[in-house]
Write a protein that binds this ligand. Sequence first.
Ligand SMILES: CC(C)(COP(=O)(O)OP(=O)(O)OC[C@H]1O[C@@H](n2cnc3c(N)ncnc32)[C@H](O)[C@@H]1OP(=O)(O)O)[C@@H](O)C(=O)NCCC(=O)NCCS
Length: 516
Amino acid sequence: MAQDGGGKTRTVAEIMSSPPVTAIASETIAEASERMGERKVGSVVVVDGARPVGIMTERDLVRFASSGADASATKVSEWMTADPWSVAPDEEVESAFQSLGEKGYRHIPVVDGDALVGIVSMRDLMKIARIQPAGRFAGEIPPGLEGVVVAETNIGHVRGQQGFYHYRQYNAIELAEQRTLEDAWYLMLNGKLPTLEERERFIDQVRPLREIPANVKPLLPRIAQLGDPFVPLNGLRSAISLLGSALGFRPSLDVVDHELQHNATQVCAVVPTFLTTLYRLNKGLDPIEPHPELPYAANYLYMMLGEIPPPEHARAVEQYLISTIDHGFNASTFTARVITSTGADLAAAITGAISALSGPLHGGAPSRALDMLDAIGTPEQAEPWIRSAVERGERLMGFGHRVYKTDDPRSVMLRGVAERLGGGNVGLAKQIEETAVRVLAELKPGRKLYTNVEFYAGIVMDTCGVPREMFTPTFASSRVIGWTSHILEQANDNRLIRPSAEYVGPPPPQPVPAVS
Ligand SMILES: CC(C)(COP(=O)(O)OP(=O)(O)OC[C@H]1O[C@@H](n2cnc3c(N)ncnc32)[C@H](O)[C@@H]1OP(=O)(O)O)[C@@H](O)C(=O)NCCC(=O)NCCS
């Protein structure tokens, strides 16, 4: 029985969300899903007047996304569940919970007579009933947790159907076009963009933190010699681990907000120095100290390449860095939050996030898109090369995305940056993009495959002199800002993340056999 502390049975009316977020059947999926995003709800009840006639949930949107249909041309009526099952407001929480489970629903409209009065979700019920969902509901959870909402966040979000993502309340691409990396970093940390004075103060605060601590520096040459080939991201992971110990990072559970925020700034500030130092040491070159007068991106290129970069290169890389700070609940961000939820220190969470990013399915390999360009070689080769690759069942690197079924906004911006920079590869890249999108539409109809962030990122970084082995580490140097923002948010309102699994092995308990 679901009871409160005093033993009283609770009813649905006490915990339902009211008024519920609604839609009408003739609206488009894009309109309804935007409302769900804005109002931060997992479903909309479709109404005709006060009467519920359907329900559309996040699960429907996930199915819809994989159908490849156009959200702004498809009506809610085509994807909603019509005549939804409902509960009465005076029903007990426990019995509503059971009904949801038996029917496999996650959201139920609450209906009084004929009128919709609220909505109750599995989450609302579980908060009250504290009933373990494993087993009974495990089969419902999609593999890879695709589409499952696991937290609330103020940091940012991706709207895949619309080709839009944002940091806090700002369009991320507009930030990349109009602001500096330091401004975006400040926004992620503090939840607001800095004034001119705040920006200067922040730059002054960060400047000394770029230096590698004296007791960590002598350890780096050995790390930079490990592995053949040396993997800079592995080196960074070890360096962050050493940094956490050297600076005495304490468990996030034991520290107050400002100490954790300082740890976050320390880590983000030093990552570019770690990466470029490890890179140069591995190449047998002398590491270069941070340049006190250069902003983040220009300093990164300077420490890597040994020369103050032309302003157009610094700005191009800066725009790439801003555009990759955060991108929803991706695997590395989630990892950082899971580790933080245990109360571990910030360096522990960042090393875990770097590990998650190192996997080819996540950090990927922006260099692979460039390798494809090299393999194609000339614009005339684009059509036959691409056609035969897709016909052989191969994937074109830099195309397709799990969330975006329309243009990836980062790719659109980076195409513009690449055009602005010029350089030999841009013409070929655009020819390949045009050909690939056309051939994929023909040979993979309905899949909606367009360029992703990696396609033009490779071109931009290559033109700015970033070596291919530093592409993914460069991505890590901006994503660490996103990770630390999520770590601070998680620590600020923490509950241990501890899901369950459904056991599907041989039935226990089996007798333990004697050693034979
Ligand atoms: C990014 C990616 C992993 C997303 O994959 P996903 O959402 O799981 O998509 P799926 O694997 O379900 O693919 C759906 C269909 O599109 C096809 N497809 C997806 N990406 C493709 C690509 N880049 N080239 C050719 N076909 C592709 C798949 O073959 C599949 O076709 P099928 O229905 O005939 O089997 C995938 O698009 C990919 O592998 N891209 C290439 C690698 C890349 O650029 N990675 C960087 C990502 S930022």
